[in-house]
Design a binder for this molecule. Sequence first.
Ligand code: ZN
Length: 381
Amino acid sequence: MGQGLGRPERSKFVRLEEYQTIMTVEEEEEETQHPADASEKHSQKLKSICGLADLKNAVGLYNIGLSCCLNSLLQVFFMNRHFTAILRRIKVPFDAVDQKQSVPYQMLLLLEAMQRGKQKSVHPVALARCLSNHGVKLFVLYDASQLYLIFWNLIKSQITNLDLAENLTELYTIRLQEYLVCQKCLLETKKNSSMLMLPLPMFNHDSQRVWTLEDSLHCFFTPEHLTGDNMCHCERCDKETTCLQGVKVTRLPQTLTLHLKRFCSRHGNATRKISHYLSFPQTLDFSQILMPEQYQADFPEEGTGLYDLFAVVAHSGSASCGHYCAYIWSLPEHKWYCFNDSSVCQVAWDDVKSTFGHTGLHWSETAYLLVYRKKESATAV
Ligand code: ZN
């Protein structure tokens, strides 16, 4: 597969305003004239979703104007059957106005359109409009890590069933413990924290390039000596002392998102993209990567820390002008797909590997977000 997939599909752009009119005339008329019928239609739609299996055929999403980032993230959510299992159980807002404002409900409708329709691609206009109502700007190329966080928080905050919202948190949240040890008196202070993504460095503490994901993870979890201007105040010593600062994992979620910090801004300069090579494996074993003291699971019964690569959100272009697409492993089919807006095609692992990056090709497609899924036993469905 060539790098051609990394280009935006300008010929297939549909202006949001134009499409809104085309799409909503019938729906809005029906809602105005027969609100009960419209509501009944919505619930029929939902019933039909519940009876369907997971996405069997890969379906594209039209680019409605710089929406490649949103489209890529949507595909990553929709191809995750643990996520769709939660989405299908949401409580549907009763009121039509609330339905239009509900991000999870609009996602559910979009998923339904992708599953039920015979089209190769669908327009994510209603969802984009809903996101826009919640402050997500349209026609702006987002940083995928920022949009992922905004999007995920919107979904979680709008799931009204507390158990489901908790399930969503457990599915994605990485739990960590930050620690600070005074090197003079050895007083240790700890703080629990959680993250949706691990922000992984492209350079080590000595500003040397990191070449593999495993090394980047090592760097993230390697404690740092805080000296000089970075010294911290120790309560016991009652003065600024040299400290050892680090972080350890206490829980790894089923869906683990890693963020390669390829966009950086130093000394107030414009953001630039780091395109250099960084490989990532199809299977990641945290018990091999982290020292026992860096991985202290709160619930050891939850698994051994063995993960399979599930999705790669890749970016091509520069920091100020680029394009996103997503490579996703289809669990039912055991195949990789490349979702590039409305264009979806089956690819090989070698194509996914082409996103490792290359120092000399600054515009080439490079992996930006990596999503791993916890390895399940052979009997798990
Ligand atoms: Zn001290």
